[in-house]
Write a protein that binds this ligand. Structure first.
Ligand code: GLU
Length: 418
């Protein structure tokens, strides 16, 4: 783990790599490398035993040139100002890569949610929502789930906002329960785009996905759904890990049964179809056709990258490769489908949820999945076109070239104010 790689610096170097292929003025690039604003707040919450505890929290609004700020809120002890800034920037370029009308934002609370009761987490979430209320809004900034948050937290935020604003406005936040205005297909969307992008990459590289072996690092919402869907496409999932360790079976295992085991015991480790217990690093360096990193940023640094044996990587996590790791992949000719395309299904179906909320009309799951597929396939095609046109050997740079140009165009078209 390259804990010392600052994700905000990674984001800036990714932008620089792409800017070198574009004719965008230095002043505009400088603007596009920094957030417009960052809220840093301290939330004081009453615990169940009556004590008060202080929690640090952030919301970064990186760029709004293409639409309202959009992006999740994570609960994790490693949340920091720079991490949130990086994640908000990645949202800008993700939304631009898939061409949905949003800018980028991200929030986080420094907390290990496993150490608190449900009612403590509800008070914490409502305290954050109260701080966020003046900044968010259906046309201003629309939060969503991220690491360790989900429908429950989104429902609480929606309710806090609606109560304080004395209105009903489900589109102020996405990733809600269906009964609270969520969209069908939203929970599966990140994993779905990760495998759709992998399918397109295998097709482009003339590789057979049906005969492919797959390793998945991280078995949360994105990772386990990706494992399930890629298994349904005929590939063989041979390895997976979560924060407790990894499992391996050279003949493949049933991803759904592995998830069931995790739900029952708290981890995939010990799952009966596993032939061997392996480490998280073993999963990342396994000799497979497709690797899906689906945990946190900086999972693969330059050193570990030397050991990576996969042919294709589809990034379900945000920022799982450091820039040094990216350079090694380029040398080794590993095709990396960047996070800003591979995991963009989450925010894309958030966009569909927001449209449905605004129209007060629900789509079928089939419509959600069909429209998601169209967006991911079109974005992959645009990436490949740019990759070839600019003679690039890093697909991430191609995605940033597409995205950066779109954001810069929107900024320039708006003219100068004041
Ligand atoms: N947190 C997710 C991401 O990193 C989803 C964001 C959203 O739906 O707005 O893309």
């Amino acid at each position: 783990m390259a804990a010392d790689t600052n994700p905000f610096e990674s984001l800036q170097s990714q932008i620089d790599d792409a800017a070198a292929h574009l004719d965008i003025g230095d002043g505009v690039i400088e603007r596009l490398k920094h957030p417009e604003r960052v809220l840093e707040t301290n939330l004081t919450v009453e615990l169940d035993n009556g004590d008060l505890e202080r929690f640090k929290a952030f919301r970064s609004q990186f760029n709004g040139d293409r639409g309202p700020y959009k992006g999740g809120i994570r609960y994790h002890p490693a949340v920091s100002r720079d991490e949130v800034k990086a994640l908000s920037g990645w949202m800008v370029y993700k939304c631009a890569t898939v061409g949905i009308p949003y800018g980028g934002g991200k929030g986080g609370i420094v907390v290990d949610p496993t150490e608190y009761s449900e009612s403590e987490l509800e008070r914490l979430t409502r305290a954050f929502a109260t701080e966020l209320r003046p900044l968010i809004g259906v046309d201003r900034d629309i939060p969503a789930p991220d690491v360790n948050t989900g429908q429950r937290e989104m429902n609480w935020i929606k309710d806090t906002y609606e109560t304080l604003e004395n209105t009903t406005e489900p589109g102020v936040i996405t990733g809600k329960n269906i009964t609270s205005g969520g969209s069908k297909g939203r929970v599966e969307a990140t994993g779905r785009s990760t495998v759709l992008a992998a399918r397109e990459a295998f097709d482009y590289l003339a590789k057979d996905l049906g005969g492919a072996t797959v390793a998945v690092q991280g078995y949360g919402n994105a990772g386990w759904i990706a494992a399930k869907l890629i298994d349904e496409m005929g590939a063989t999932v041979v390895a997976a890990s979560d924060s407790s360790g990894g499992i391996y079976n050279p003949d493949g295992f049933d991803p759904v049964a592995a998830k069931k085991h995790k739900n029952e015991t708290g981890s995939i480790v010990g799952y009966e179809e596993s032939e061997e217990e392996i480490t998280n690093e073993d999963v990342l360096t396994m000799d497979v056709d497709l690797l899906i990193p689906a945990a946190l940023e900086n999972a693969i640094d330059g050193e570990l990258a030397e050991e990576v044996s996969a042919d294709v990587i589809s990034e379900a996590a945000n920022g799982p490769l450091t820039p040094e790791a990216d350079a090694v992949m380029e040398e080794k000719d590993v095709f990396v489908i960047p996070d800003i395309l591979a995991n963009a299904g989450g925010v894309t179906v958030s966009y569909f949820e927001w449209i449905q909320n605004r129209q007060r009309f629900a789509w079928s799951e089939e419509r959600v999945n069909d429209e998601l597929e169209t967006i991911i396939v079109d974005a992959f095609d645009a990436l490949v076109e740019t990759y070839e046109e600019h003679d690039l050997n890093n697909p991430r740079t191609a995605a940033y070239v597409v995205a950066l140009q779109r954001v810069a165009d929107a900024y320039n078209e708006a003219g100068t104010f004041p």
